[in-house]
Design a protein around this ligand. Structure first.
Ligand code: ADP
Ligand code: MN
Ligand code: MN
Ligand code: MN
Length: 434
Protein backbone atom coordinates (compact mmCIF):
# COMPACT_ATOMS: atom_id res chain seq x y z
CA UNK A 1 0.00 0.00 0.00
CA UNK A 2 1.31 3.41 -0.92
CA UNK A 3 1.36 5.92 1.91
CA UNK A 4 -0.04 9.06 0.30
CA UNK A 5 0.16 11.01 3.57
CA UNK A 6 3.76 11.85 2.63
CA UNK A 7 2.24 14.43 0.26
CA UNK A 8 0.83 17.76 1.33
CA UNK A 9 -1.43 20.26 -0.37
CA UNK A 10 0.62 22.67 -2.47
CA UNK A 11 3.59 20.32 -3.00
CA UNK A 12 4.95 20.13 -6.57
CA UNK A 13 5.33 16.67 -8.04
CA UNK A 14 5.81 15.13 -11.46
CA UNK A 15 2.83 13.25 -12.91
CA UNK A 16 2.60 11.01 -15.94
CA UNK A 17 0.20 11.72 -18.78
CA UNK A 18 0.33 9.76 -22.05
CA UNK A 19 3.71 8.29 -21.15
CA UNK A 20 5.40 11.60 -20.30
CA UNK A 21 5.87 13.41 -16.98
CA UNK A 22 4.64 16.95 -16.38
CA UNK A 23 4.81 19.28 -13.36
CA UNK A 24 1.71 19.21 -11.18
CA UNK A 25 0.56 20.62 -7.89
CA UNK A 26 -1.03 18.53 -5.13
CA UNK A 27 -4.57 19.77 -4.37
CA UNK A 28 -5.74 17.11 -1.95
CA UNK A 29 -4.61 13.80 -0.46
CA UNK A 30 -6.62 10.70 0.42
CA UNK A 31 -5.83 7.15 1.52
CA UNK A 32 -6.01 5.94 -2.07
CA UNK A 33 -4.43 8.73 -4.11
CA UNK A 34 -3.54 12.33 -4.67
CA UNK A 35 -5.65 15.00 -6.38
CA UNK A 36 -3.47 17.06 -8.67
CA UNK A 37 -3.67 19.89 -11.16
CA UNK A 38 -1.14 20.01 -14.01
CA UNK A 39 0.74 23.32 -13.87
CA UNK A 40 -0.72 25.67 -16.47
CA UNK A 41 -3.84 23.55 -16.97
CA UNK A 42 -7.34 23.80 -15.57
CA UNK A 43 -9.08 20.90 -13.84
CA UNK A 44 -8.18 18.38 -11.17
CA UNK A 45 -7.49 14.69 -11.46
CA UNK A 46 -6.95 11.87 -8.95
CA UNK A 47 -3.76 9.91 -9.58
CA UNK A 48 -2.07 6.96 -7.95
CA UNK A 49 1.56 6.09 -7.26
CA UNK A 50 2.05 4.49 -10.68
CA UNK A 51 1.80 7.95 -12.29
CA UNK A 52 3.64 9.96 -9.67
CA UNK A 53 7.34 10.75 -9.70
CA UNK A 54 8.51 12.24 -6.42
CA UNK A 55 11.31 11.83 -3.89
CA UNK A 56 8.64 11.75 -1.19
CA UNK A 57 7.18 8.56 -2.64
CA UNK A 58 10.53 6.81 -2.95
CA UNK A 59 11.14 7.39 0.74
CA UNK A 60 7.73 6.01 1.59
CA UNK A 61 8.44 2.29 1.25
CA UNK A 62 7.08 0.34 4.24
CA UNK A 63 9.43 0.41 7.23
CA UNK A 64 11.50 -2.73 7.53
CA UNK A 65 11.27 -4.49 10.87
CA UNK A 66 14.45 -5.58 12.66
CA UNK A 67 16.57 -8.24 11.01
CA UNK A 68 14.98 -7.94 7.57
CA UNK A 69 17.03 -6.73 4.65
CA UNK A 70 15.79 -3.35 3.41
CA UNK A 71 14.55 -3.19 -0.14
CA UNK A 72 16.28 -0.60 -2.30
CA UNK A 73 14.28 1.44 -4.78
CA UNK A 74 15.50 2.69 -8.12
CA UNK A 75 17.53 1.33 -10.99
CA UNK A 76 18.38 -2.35 -11.28
CA UNK A 77 22.15 -2.77 -10.97
CA UNK A 78 22.16 -6.01 -12.99
CA UNK A 79 24.20 -9.20 -12.89
CA UNK A 80 27.44 -7.29 -12.27
CA UNK A 81 26.09 -6.14 -8.91
CA UNK A 82 24.43 -9.46 -8.03
CA UNK A 83 27.78 -11.16 -8.51
CA UNK A 84 29.30 -9.09 -5.72
CA UNK A 85 26.38 -9.45 -3.28
CA UNK A 86 26.60 -11.88 -0.37
CA UNK A 87 22.82 -12.37 -0.19
CA UNK A 88 19.88 -11.78 -2.53
CA UNK A 89 17.42 -11.41 0.32
CA UNK A 90 16.53 -7.78 -0.42
CA UNK A 91 16.00 -8.44 -4.11
CA UNK A 92 12.82 -7.66 -6.00
CA UNK A 93 11.01 -9.95 -8.42
CA UNK A 94 9.86 -8.47 -11.70
CA UNK A 95 7.43 -10.51 -13.79
CA UNK A 96 8.09 -9.36 -17.37
CA UNK A 97 4.93 -9.78 -19.48
CA UNK A 98 4.72 -9.62 -23.27
CA UNK A 99 2.22 -10.69 -25.94
CA UNK A 100 2.98 -13.61 -28.23
CA UNK A 101 2.06 -13.97 -31.92
CA UNK A 102 -1.58 -14.66 -30.91
CA UNK A 103 -1.84 -11.80 -28.40
CA UNK A 104 -1.70 -14.25 -25.51
CA UNK A 105 0.26 -12.90 -22.54
CA UNK A 106 3.46 -14.76 -21.65
CA UNK A 107 5.84 -13.94 -18.83
CA UNK A 108 9.05 -14.76 -17.07
CA UNK A 109 10.63 -13.63 -13.84
CA UNK A 110 13.70 -11.48 -13.35
CA UNK A 111 15.43 -10.89 -10.02
CA UNK A 112 16.25 -7.19 -9.64
CA UNK A 113 18.55 -5.49 -7.13
CA UNK A 114 15.98 -2.74 -6.50
CA UNK A 115 12.27 -1.96 -6.74
CA UNK A 116 11.74 0.14 -9.87
CA UNK A 117 9.88 3.42 -9.52
CA UNK A 118 10.00 4.38 -13.19
CA UNK A 119 10.40 2.69 -16.56
CA UNK A 120 14.05 3.69 -17.01
CA UNK A 121 14.92 1.78 -13.80
CA UNK A 122 14.16 -1.45 -15.68
CA UNK A 123 16.53 -3.20 -18.09
CA UNK A 124 15.47 -4.35 -21.54
CA UNK A 125 15.29 -8.15 -21.44
CA UNK A 126 14.84 -10.88 -24.04
CA UNK A 127 13.31 -14.29 -24.68
CA UNK A 128 13.33 -17.11 -27.20
CA UNK A 129 10.95 -16.01 -29.95
CA UNK A 130 11.21 -19.36 -31.76
CA UNK A 131 9.13 -20.92 -28.98
CA UNK A 132 6.34 -18.35 -29.38
CA UNK A 133 6.04 -18.25 -33.20
CA UNK A 134 7.78 -14.87 -33.25
CA UNK A 135 11.21 -15.84 -34.61
CA UNK A 136 13.25 -18.57 -36.34
CA UNK A 137 15.32 -21.00 -34.26
CA UNK A 138 18.63 -19.85 -35.77
CA UNK A 139 17.91 -16.21 -35.03
CA UNK A 140 15.58 -16.44 -32.12
CA UNK A 141 16.21 -13.51 -29.83
CA UNK A 142 13.38 -11.06 -29.18
CA UNK A 143 13.95 -8.02 -26.97
CA UNK A 144 11.28 -6.85 -24.57
CA UNK A 145 11.17 -3.18 -23.65
CA UNK A 146 9.43 -2.18 -20.40
CA UNK A 147 6.44 0.12 -20.93
CA UNK A 148 4.39 0.08 -17.71
CA UNK A 149 4.95 -1.01 -14.10
CA UNK A 150 2.30 -2.54 -11.84
CA UNK A 151 2.47 -3.98 -8.34
CA UNK A 152 2.53 -7.78 -8.32
CA UNK A 153 -0.74 -8.80 -6.62
CA UNK A 154 0.35 -12.44 -6.42
CA UNK A 155 3.75 -12.03 -4.77
CA UNK A 156 2.89 -8.77 -2.99
CA UNK A 157 5.23 -5.92 -2.04
CA UNK A 158 7.94 -5.14 -3.17
CA UNK A 159 7.52 -7.23 -6.32
CA UNK A 160 6.26 -5.89 -9.64
CA UNK A 161 4.63 -6.83 -12.93
CA UNK A 162 6.23 -5.21 -15.96
CA UNK A 163 4.29 -4.81 -19.20
CA UNK A 164 6.65 -4.80 -22.16
CA UNK A 165 6.48 -4.84 -25.93
CA UNK A 166 8.61 -7.02 -28.18
CA UNK A 167 11.22 -6.14 -30.83
CA UNK A 168 13.36 -8.31 -33.13
CA UNK A 169 16.88 -8.35 -31.70
CA UNK A 170 18.31 -8.36 -35.25
CA UNK A 171 16.70 -5.19 -36.64
CA UNK A 172 14.91 -3.60 -33.67
CA UNK A 173 11.62 -3.64 -35.62
CA UNK A 174 8.41 -4.46 -33.71
CA UNK A 175 8.21 -8.26 -33.41
CA UNK A 176 5.32 -10.31 -34.83
CA UNK A 177 2.37 -9.59 -32.53
CA UNK A 178 3.69 -6.22 -31.35
CA UNK A 179 0.75 -4.04 -32.30
CA UNK A 180 1.48 -1.63 -29.47
CA UNK A 181 4.14 0.26 -31.42
CA UNK A 182 1.73 1.37 -34.18
CA UNK A 183 -1.01 2.16 -31.66
CA UNK A 184 1.38 4.35 -29.64
CA UNK A 185 2.37 6.19 -32.81
CA UNK A 186 -1.27 6.89 -33.76
CA UNK A 187 -2.01 8.23 -30.31
CA UNK A 188 1.09 10.42 -30.48
CA UNK A 189 -0.10 11.83 -33.83
CA UNK A 190 -3.56 12.59 -32.46
CA UNK A 191 -2.65 13.37 -28.85
CA UNK A 192 -4.39 16.75 -28.88
CA UNK A 193 -7.74 14.90 -28.94
CA UNK A 194 -6.89 13.27 -25.58
CA UNK A 195 -8.64 9.96 -26.39
CA UNK A 196 -10.18 8.04 -23.50
CA UNK A 197 -11.18 4.36 -23.69
CA UNK A 198 -13.22 2.11 -21.45
CA UNK A 199 -13.35 -1.55 -22.45
CA UNK A 200 -15.91 -4.08 -21.21
CA UNK A 201 -14.09 -7.41 -21.33
CA UNK A 202 -16.48 -10.35 -21.46
CA UNK A 203 -15.09 -13.85 -20.92
CA UNK A 204 -16.44 -17.34 -20.46
CA UNK A 205 -15.17 -19.76 -17.86
CA UNK A 206 -14.72 -23.29 -19.23
CA UNK A 207 -14.03 -26.76 -17.85
CA UNK A 208 -10.41 -27.85 -18.43
CA UNK A 209 -10.31 -30.28 -21.37
CA UNK A 210 -7.40 -31.80 -23.23
CA UNK A 211 -4.16 -30.25 -21.95
CA UNK A 212 -3.14 -27.24 -24.05
CA UNK A 213 -6.17 -27.45 -26.37
CA UNK A 214 -8.94 -24.85 -26.54
CA UNK A 215 -11.63 -25.88 -24.01
CA UNK A 216 -15.03 -26.88 -25.38
CA UNK A 217 -17.33 -27.33 -22.37
CA UNK A 218 -18.50 -24.19 -20.51
CA UNK A 219 -17.98 -24.19 -16.75
CA UNK A 220 -21.67 -23.37 -16.41
CA UNK A 221 -22.75 -26.63 -18.10
CA UNK A 222 -23.86 -29.71 -16.15
CA UNK A 223 -21.29 -32.17 -14.79
CA UNK A 224 -21.99 -34.55 -17.72
CA UNK A 225 -21.40 -31.68 -20.16
CA UNK A 226 -25.09 -31.32 -21.05
CA UNK A 227 -26.60 -27.86 -21.45
CA UNK A 228 -28.17 -26.07 -18.46
CA UNK A 229 -31.54 -24.28 -18.47
CA UNK A 230 -31.88 -21.52 -21.06
CA UNK A 231 -30.41 -18.04 -20.63
CA UNK A 232 -32.35 -15.61 -18.46
CA UNK A 233 -31.48 -15.98 -14.79
CA UNK A 234 -27.69 -15.82 -15.15
CA UNK A 235 -27.12 -12.16 -16.17
CA UNK A 236 -26.28 -10.21 -12.95
CA UNK A 237 -27.77 -13.13 -11.00
CA UNK A 238 -26.85 -14.50 -7.58
CA UNK A 239 -27.00 -17.98 -6.09
CA UNK A 240 -25.76 -21.51 -6.62
CA UNK A 241 -26.22 -22.66 -10.20
CA UNK A 242 -26.86 -19.05 -11.25
CA UNK A 243 -23.70 -17.03 -10.58
CA UNK A 244 -21.19 -19.61 -11.68
CA UNK A 245 -17.51 -18.84 -11.10
CA UNK A 246 -17.96 -15.77 -8.90
CA UNK A 247 -14.81 -16.54 -6.84
CA UNK A 248 -12.78 -16.18 -10.05
CA UNK A 249 -14.44 -12.90 -11.11
CA UNK A 250 -14.07 -11.47 -7.61
CA UNK A 251 -10.47 -12.51 -7.06
CA UNK A 252 -9.60 -11.03 -10.44
CA UNK A 253 -11.20 -7.71 -9.51
CA UNK A 254 -9.35 -7.48 -6.20
CA UNK A 255 -6.01 -8.50 -7.75
CA UNK A 256 -6.38 -5.92 -10.53
CA UNK A 257 -7.03 -3.17 -7.99
CA UNK A 258 -4.06 -4.30 -5.94
CA UNK A 259 -1.86 -4.23 -9.03
CA UNK A 260 -2.96 -0.73 -10.00
CA UNK A 261 -4.90 -1.84 -13.06
CA UNK A 262 -7.73 0.62 -13.77
CA UNK A 263 -10.66 -1.76 -13.31
CA UNK A 264 -14.08 -0.24 -12.61
CA UNK A 265 -16.47 -3.11 -12.13
CA UNK A 266 -17.65 -6.66 -12.83
CA UNK A 267 -20.97 -8.33 -13.64
CA UNK A 268 -22.23 -11.81 -14.36
CA UNK A 269 -23.19 -12.16 -18.04
CA UNK A 270 -26.03 -13.73 -19.99
CA UNK A 271 -24.55 -17.20 -20.53
CA UNK A 272 -23.89 -19.32 -17.42
CA UNK A 273 -20.26 -19.02 -16.32
CA UNK A 274 -19.81 -15.89 -18.43
CA UNK A 275 -18.64 -12.66 -16.78
CA UNK A 276 -17.57 -9.15 -17.64
CA UNK A 277 -15.12 -6.69 -16.17
CA UNK A 278 -14.55 -3.10 -17.20
CA UNK A 279 -11.19 -1.37 -17.68
CA UNK A 280 -10.96 2.41 -17.91
CA UNK A 281 -11.37 5.16 -18.65
CA UNK A 282 -7.74 4.97 -19.71
CA UNK A 283 -5.93 7.65 -21.68
CA UNK A 284 -4.56 6.76 -25.10
CA UNK A 285 -2.10 3.87 -25.26
CA UNK A 286 -2.59 3.15 -21.54
CA UNK A 287 -5.78 1.22 -22.42
CA UNK A 288 -3.84 -1.52 -24.20
CA UNK A 289 -1.36 -1.94 -21.35
CA UNK A 290 -4.06 -2.14 -18.70
CA UNK A 291 -6.11 -4.56 -20.82
CA UNK A 292 -3.10 -6.82 -21.42
CA UNK A 293 -2.20 -6.93 -17.74
CA UNK A 294 -5.85 -7.50 -16.75
CA UNK A 295 -5.95 -10.52 -19.08
CA UNK A 296 -2.66 -11.78 -17.70
CA UNK A 297 -3.98 -11.49 -14.13
CA UNK A 298 -7.09 -13.43 -15.21
CA UNK A 299 -4.99 -16.28 -16.61
CA UNK A 300 -3.00 -16.40 -13.37
CA UNK A 301 -6.14 -16.34 -11.18
CA UNK A 302 -7.71 -19.26 -13.06
CA UNK A 303 -4.63 -21.41 -12.28
CA UNK A 304 -5.85 -21.85 -8.70
CA UNK A 305 -9.54 -22.47 -9.51
CA UNK A 306 -9.25 -25.44 -11.88
CA UNK A 307 -11.03 -23.49 -14.57
CA UNK A 308 -10.00 -22.12 -17.96
CA UNK A 309 -10.77 -18.60 -19.17
CA UNK A 310 -11.91 -18.39 -22.79
CA UNK A 311 -11.92 -15.11 -24.69
CA UNK A 312 -13.61 -16.80 -27.67
CA UNK A 313 -16.35 -14.60 -29.19
CA UNK A 314 -18.60 -17.67 -29.43
CA UNK A 315 -17.51 -20.24 -26.83
CA UNK A 316 -20.58 -22.46 -27.27
CA UNK A 317 -22.71 -22.96 -30.38
CA UNK A 318 -26.46 -22.62 -30.09
CA UNK A 319 -28.72 -20.18 -28.32
CA UNK A 320 -25.96 -18.84 -26.07
CA UNK A 321 -24.64 -15.30 -26.02
CA UNK A 322 -21.24 -14.63 -27.52
CA UNK A 323 -18.57 -12.63 -25.72
CA UNK A 324 -17.49 -9.14 -26.73
CA UNK A 325 -15.27 -6.26 -25.80
CA UNK A 326 -17.52 -3.20 -26.08
CA UNK A 327 -15.12 -0.30 -26.54
CA UNK A 328 -16.27 3.02 -25.12
CA UNK A 329 -14.50 5.97 -26.64
CA UNK A 330 -14.36 9.73 -26.34
CA UNK A 331 -12.15 12.60 -27.36
CA UNK A 332 -11.81 15.93 -25.63
CA UNK A 333 -14.19 17.46 -28.20
CA UNK A 334 -16.86 14.84 -27.39
CA UNK A 335 -16.56 15.42 -23.65
CA UNK A 336 -16.73 19.20 -24.03
CA UNK A 337 -19.80 21.37 -24.65
CA UNK A 338 -21.27 20.61 -28.07
CA UNK A 339 -19.77 17.13 -27.92
CA UNK A 340 -22.95 15.34 -28.98
CA UNK A 341 -22.60 16.80 -32.50
CA UNK A 342 -19.00 15.58 -32.60
CA UNK A 343 -20.12 12.09 -31.55
CA UNK A 344 -22.64 12.01 -34.42
CA UNK A 345 -19.98 13.18 -36.89
CA UNK A 346 -17.51 10.51 -35.75
CA UNK A 347 -20.23 7.80 -35.90
CA UNK A 348 -20.90 8.79 -39.54
CA UNK A 349 -17.19 8.49 -40.27
CA UNK A 350 -17.11 5.02 -38.64
CA UNK A 351 -19.91 3.93 -41.01
CA UNK A 352 -17.76 4.67 -44.06
CA UNK A 353 -14.94 2.34 -42.95
CA UNK A 354 -16.97 -0.31 -41.18
CA UNK A 355 -15.25 -3.22 -42.93
CA UNK A 356 -11.79 -1.89 -42.02
CA UNK A 357 -12.83 -1.77 -38.37
CA UNK A 358 -14.38 -5.26 -38.43
CA UNK A 359 -11.12 -6.57 -39.92
CA UNK A 360 -9.25 -5.77 -36.67
CA UNK A 361 -12.07 -6.41 -34.19
CA UNK A 362 -11.22 -10.06 -33.51
CA UNK A 363 -11.21 -13.48 -35.16
CA UNK A 364 -14.42 -15.49 -35.40
CA UNK A 365 -16.51 -12.39 -34.68
CA UNK A 366 -18.91 -13.38 -37.50
CA UNK A 367 -20.26 -16.14 -35.26
CA UNK A 368 -21.10 -13.54 -32.61
CA UNK A 369 -22.31 -10.53 -34.65
CA UNK A 370 -25.39 -12.25 -36.04
CA UNK A 371 -28.03 -9.63 -35.31
CA UNK A 372 -29.23 -11.79 -32.40
CA UNK A 373 -28.19 -11.74 -28.72
CA UNK A 374 -27.90 -7.92 -28.39
CA UNK A 375 -25.71 -7.54 -31.48
CA UNK A 376 -25.94 -5.91 -34.90
CA UNK A 377 -25.13 -8.13 -37.89
CA UNK A 378 -21.49 -8.02 -39.00
CA UNK A 379 -22.56 -6.96 -42.52
CA UNK A 380 -24.62 -3.99 -41.30
CA UNK A 381 -23.67 -0.68 -39.69
CA UNK A 382 -26.10 1.22 -37.47
CA UNK A 383 -25.68 3.73 -34.68
CA UNK A 384 -28.32 4.98 -32.33
CA UNK A 385 -29.10 6.35 -28.90
CA UNK A 386 -29.55 3.63 -26.27
CA UNK A 387 -29.79 1.00 -29.04
CA UNK A 388 -28.26 -2.32 -27.95
CA UNK A 389 -28.95 -3.77 -31.41
CA UNK A 390 -26.75 -1.11 -33.03
CA UNK A 391 -23.09 -1.33 -34.02
CA UNK A 392 -22.47 1.84 -32.04
CA UNK A 393 -24.62 2.84 -29.10
CA UNK A 394 -24.70 6.44 -27.95
CA UNK A 395 -25.60 6.44 -24.26
CA UNK A 396 -28.87 8.22 -23.42
CA UNK A 397 -26.92 10.52 -21.09
CA UNK A 398 -24.76 11.76 -23.97
CA UNK A 399 -27.86 12.85 -25.83
CA UNK A 400 -29.36 14.40 -22.69
CA UNK A 401 -26.19 16.23 -21.62
CA UNK A 402 -25.12 17.18 -25.15
CA UNK A 403 -21.71 15.57 -24.59
CA UNK A 404 -20.12 12.29 -23.51
CA UNK A 405 -18.85 9.19 -25.29
CA UNK A 406 -19.84 6.47 -27.76
CA UNK A 407 -19.83 2.69 -27.37
CA UNK A 408 -18.54 0.55 -30.24
CA UNK A 409 -20.27 -2.77 -29.52
CA UNK A 410 -18.54 -4.73 -32.30
CA UNK A 411 -15.10 -5.74 -30.95
CA UNK A 412 -14.97 -9.42 -29.95
CA UNK A 413 -13.77 -10.71 -26.57
CA UNK A 414 -10.57 -11.94 -28.23
CA UNK A 415 -9.78 -8.62 -29.94
CA UNK A 416 -6.43 -6.91 -29.66
CA UNK A 417 -7.12 -3.62 -27.81
CA UNK A 418 -4.03 -2.01 -29.34
CA UNK A 419 -5.38 -2.64 -32.85
CA UNK A 420 -8.98 -1.78 -31.96
CA UNK A 421 -8.08 1.50 -30.26
CA UNK A 422 -5.48 2.33 -32.91
CA UNK A 423 -8.14 1.94 -35.61
CA UNK A 424 -10.69 3.96 -33.62
CA UNK A 425 -8.14 6.74 -33.13
CA UNK A 426 -7.25 6.72 -36.83
CA UNK A 427 -10.85 7.05 -38.03
CA UNK A 428 -11.78 9.63 -35.38
CA UNK A 429 -8.53 11.56 -35.87
CA UNK A 430 -8.95 11.78 -39.65
CA UNK A 431 -12.59 12.77 -39.24
CA UNK A 432 -11.83 15.51 -36.69
CA UNK A 433 -8.99 16.88 -38.82
CA UNK A 434 -11.29 17.20 -41.87
P1 ADP B 1 -22.69 -0.89 -20.35
O1 ADP B 1 -23.90 -0.10 -19.99
O2 ADP B 1 -22.46 -0.86 -21.83
O3 ADP B 1 -22.69 -2.27 -19.79
P2 ADP B 1 -20.36 -0.43 -18.61
O4 ADP B 1 -20.69 0.29 -17.36
O5 ADP B 1 -20.13 -1.88 -18.52
O6 ADP B 1 -21.47 -0.06 -19.73
O7 ADP B 1 -19.05 0.20 -19.24
C1 ADP B 1 -18.94 1.54 -19.56
C2 ADP B 1 -17.50 1.87 -19.82
O8 ADP B 1 -17.41 3.18 -20.37
C3 ADP B 1 -16.61 1.86 -18.60
O9 ADP B 1 -15.44 1.11 -18.89
C4 ADP B 1 -16.25 3.32 -18.41
O10 ADP B 1 -14.96 3.46 -17.88
C5 ADP B 1 -16.30 3.83 -19.83
N1 ADP B 1 -16.46 5.28 -19.96
C6 ADP B 1 -17.21 6.12 -19.20
N2 ADP B 1 -17.07 7.38 -19.60
C7 ADP B 1 -16.22 7.38 -20.67
C8 ADP B 1 -15.69 8.37 -21.53
N3 ADP B 1 -16.02 9.67 -21.40
N4 ADP B 1 -14.83 7.99 -22.52
C9 ADP B 1 -14.53 6.70 -22.66
N5 ADP B 1 -14.99 5.72 -21.88
C10 ADP B 1 -15.83 6.04 -20.89
MN1 MN C 1 -21.08 -3.54 -19.46
MN1 MN D 1 -21.70 -7.10 -21.25
MN1 MN E 1 -21.62 -2.28 -23.13
Amino acid sequence: MTDYSVFEKGVKISVESDGKYYPAEVKAVSKTGVKICFVGYVGDEWVQADRIRSKLLQNAAPKQSGGKTAVQTGKDAGAGALGKMTSYKGCVLAEYIWLDAHQTPRSKTKVLTARPTKISDLPVWNYDGSSTEQAEGGNSEINIKPRAIFDDPFRGYPHVLVMTDAYNAWDDKPAIGNTRAACAELHETYKKHDAWYGIEQEYTLMKPGKVGAAPTVPYGFNADGSAPAAQGPYYTGAGTGIAIGRPVADEHLVKCLKAGVKITGINAEVMPGQWEYQIGPCRGIEIGDHMAVSRYIMLRVTESHDVVCSFSPKPADGDWNGAGCHTNFSTKEMRDKGGYEVILKVCEAFGKVSAEHIAVYGEGNDKRLTGKHETCSITQFKFGVADRGASIRIPRDAEKNGRGYMEDRRPAANCDPYRVCGRIMQTAGECLAA
